[in-house]
Write a protein that binds this ligand. Sequence first.
Ligand code: GDP
Length: 448
Amino acid sequence: MREPIVAIGTPFGESAIGVVRLTGKGVLEIAKKFFRTNSDIKPRYAHYGTLTDEEGEVLDEGVLIYYKAPRSYTGEDMIELSLHGNPLILQRAIELFLRAGCRLAEPGEFTKRAFLNGKLDLAQAEAVAELISAKTELARRASMRQLKGELSKYVNSLRESLLELSAFIEADIEFSEEDIPTLTRDQVIEMVNRVIEGIDQLLRTAKVGKLLREGMKLAIVGKPNVGKSSLFNALLKEDRAIVTDIEGTTRDYIEETLNLRGVPVRLIDTAGIRRAHDPVERIGIERSLKKIEEADVVLFVVDASQPIGEEDLKLYEQIKDRDLIVVFNKTDLGDVVPLEIFEGHSIIKVSALKGYGLKNLEEKILKKAGALAQEGLNIYVSVRHEELLKKAKDTLERFRETYEKEYISPEIAMLDVREASDYLGEIVGYITTEDVLGSIFSRFCIGK
Ligand code: GDP
């Protein structure tokens, strides 16, 4: 068991309950020093008692639960102490445990230990952080499935196919003189093809996986008063952005998360990008332009009830090479803008005020972002997984190409197959480095 660590597991601030977690060597003894209760502390029982400091002053009353190794989240001895949710109390408790020999836990350290102790594989451990930060039901469900091991199962089955293949090749080397079954060249190719096919299936989920994890970035661009804020609000169905008749009130950009049929969308409401003399406004504009570059989908909004003006066209010039959705807003007042001006781009007619055409627009946005493409697998890989899958696929394709063309010695063939299976192994964490673990767990909250 590793050194004892301690952390607060609940958010900072006043709350009904605040939880202090300890894990590692000797945490029961440490807790017993300060937690007074009537009975002996038994694993998996809730014990009511008082927390007292070294001088015997009662800090708080609370409930302690002891999880004995290996039947705990981390796989080590663990204590969870539920106290009143006052940061002062929780801080005092932490200081007490630090003085008694605990160290403050790093972000994600509890889950990292769970991984190191074999309680979770790496893909599952990643899912814990994603579950906590999921912004929509779909994202929550996807991370829950990953936590349950669905991605791991799929990846493991691909990896096992490769290990099987490599065993056949190995047998070919060791027993080449003997009469044992080996694979024909066609069979080898077929097995490799099957694994590549499986990898492709996962890779097809990467786009949605990224959107679910990071949110789709949507920029709304247009000259002042065309209804960008109104559209923003109509999509958000909340009155967060400032909507007024005075030009240039939306100086900076605002970010909000919107739930578009399960995909978290980060709306970027941009300032009207135009030449501004006001320095504050100019900073806003520069930032807006930068934001537009980062956006997954850009909406270019025009007032369809008015003829297109110089300003609209200038703006359009700046961004027309992007993949845009042109939004004709205020169609409740009229529709006088010819479609030809925006040739080559999708045009959606809406009224932000009346709510017309919004469903249509939502659909188009999702389609543009590639969020409607993948259904079926219900597993969505992350950027890290995607990179490893691509490496595995490249290795297998390279192998297949050479193998089809010429004779490769079994020794070399085995190396390629092993390399590919190692990449898959990195997804679930059979093979990892401190760097990889560091970058994964540093993204967690403290106490998880
Ligand atoms: P922005 O400067 O582009 O963000 O424009 P706003 O969202 O602040 O809207 C400017 C004005 O147009 C406001 O008075 C809105 O109520 C009005 N407006 C926005 N969308 C529509 C619409 O679809 N129809 C009508 N009739 N008015 C709208």
